[in-house]
Design a protein around this ligand. Structure first.
Ligand code: UDP
Length: 405
């Protein structure tokens, strides 16, 4: 099939770790590559956020990335992109209508891509699939007045759940949220993300470390909800261990990052500054070495739509302590492949970390069971196959041009 993937702010070619570049970028890149292996023809459409970008790029993985002119050709924060999505959708419709390459199905990633895709679909009849990746209701609940999402996001997300032909969900928690929003379960298909096991596996180089000091690793964008503050607060009750934080801007720009400065100040006031190391963002190719260097991976977000980092850690044979939220509640099996603790609870976190660091046999058992789980359930091939079935189902429905769903 010809598959169009629309990912308005998250380019598969972006450098990760910065505020708006994380799991969605990885997801789109890996999924596009896996769909190509399954025999599909894939074009990813993302916003042109630099005048230096060419109109299209052919990747080594066999898919193309198209840079859509919508809004200024410079970085614009994700939460300020809404005004340009109509332009984005019109460009898609015009391009697909011109012929040459008209997709059989359009798969949108994130609600704003969903808006552009539905706009294009109504003009072209291309069937649509949507993966939300994150939901406004959840963000609002956790961030309250600090949520910078455009007003109306929740209403748009609710409407999209009915306007698209299928919603791809990634975890049980997301199903419950969507049902509460009034999206019928029958419109949803459960297809969790995968992990690239050629990149993330236990055998390979590890980042240098002090063998005498247990290493706790935590990974993610430098935002409060990733739970780094709670990990640092847990550290005084975990003697001797060092805490390595990977993510955020590159190392040379960390000092200018507001959140990184807040994290360092907290480490200072907790008396653990000498045991906390902020590495900054690293290229995707270096991530596996960081995971392998750790005794335990702590993923402590307040909420998490899916959470690729726990999966990547598991695939590298590292035991995971995660918060019992979102996708982590599905991927980490408590007491079998890792430990789950309540979110925003440094005391529970420190107890779990202390216990696991003191128990080599448990760490080994978790790592072994986690690897089995990854190999059986979380390949991108499985993901691409399941999505192939979803695409086949929606293309069979047919969708006359101009009909509003
Ligand atoms: N990542 C990376 N470099 C970094 C930090 C993170 O390549 O310095 C990658 C990480 O390996 C994972 C993604 O960014 O693939 C983060 O995805 P996750 O789902 O954990 O979080 P999100 O960013 O989507 O909230």
């Amino acid at each position: 099939m010809r598959v169009a993937m629309i990912s308005e702010h998250a380019s598969p070619l972006a450098v990760l770790g910065e505020e708006d570049a994380g799991g969605q970028n990885t997801h789109v890149a890996e999924l596009a590559a896996a769909l190509v292996v399954e025999g599909h023809e894939v074009r990813v459409y993302t916003r042109r956020d630099s005048a230096a970008l060419p109109e299209s790029v052919s990747t080594a993985d066999g898919y193309q990335v198209w840079h859509v002119p919508a809004g200024p050709a410079r970085r614009v924060p994700k939460d300020a992109l809404l005004p340009y999505l109509g332009e984005f959708g019109t460009w898609l419709a015009d391009t697909w209508r011109r012929g040459g390459w008209t997709p059989d199905v359009a798969h949108a990633h994130f609600w704003m891509s969903g808006l552009a895709t539905v706009h294009a679909s109504r003009r072209t009849g291309v069937p649509t699939v949507l993966t939300y990746h994150a939901l406004g209701t959840v963000k609002q609940r956790h961030q309250g007045s600090r949520d910078t999402s455009p007003p109306g996001r929740i209403g748009y997300e609710r409407a999209l759940g009915r306007a698209v032909d299928r919603v791809v969900v990634q975890c049980e928690d997301e199903v419950r949220e969507l049902v509460r929003m009034g999206v019928p379960r029958s419109r949803m298909a459960m297809v969790p993300s995968g992990v690239n096991q050629e990149v993330f596996h236990p055998d390979g180089p590890a980042a240098p470390r002090d063998p005498a000091r247990p290493r706790i690793l935590t990974v993610g964008r430098m935002v409060e909800r990733k739970g780094f503050l709670e990990v640092v607060r847990a550290l005084p009750a975990v003697p001797d261990a060092e805490c390595v934080v990977v993510g955020g801007p590159p190392a040379d720009l960390l000092a200018a990052d507001t959140f990184a400065r807040r994290l360092s100040a907290l480490a200072e006031s907790c008396g653990v500054a000498d045991r906390v190391r902020l590495v900054g963002g690293v290229p995707r190719e270096e991530m596996a070495a960081w995971y392998r260097s750790a005794d335990v991976l702590v993923a402590a977000p307040w909420y998490e739509p899916f959470g690729l980092t726990p999966l990547e850690g598991m695939a590298c044979g590292v035991p995971v302590i995660g918060t019992d939220v979102g996708g982590i509640a599905d991927t980490v099996v408590d007491g079998l492949t890792g430990d789950l603790v309540p979110p925003r609870d440094p005391r529970a976190l420190s107890t779990a970390i202390r216990r696991l660091l003191a128990d080599k046999v448990r760490r080994f058992a978790y790592a072994t069971a986690a690897l089995d789980r990854i190999r059986c359930q979380y390949s991108w091939k499985r993901c691409a196959e399941q999505l192939g079935s979803v695409y086949a189902a929606v293309t069979a429905i047919g969708r006359p041009v101009g009909v509003v769903a």
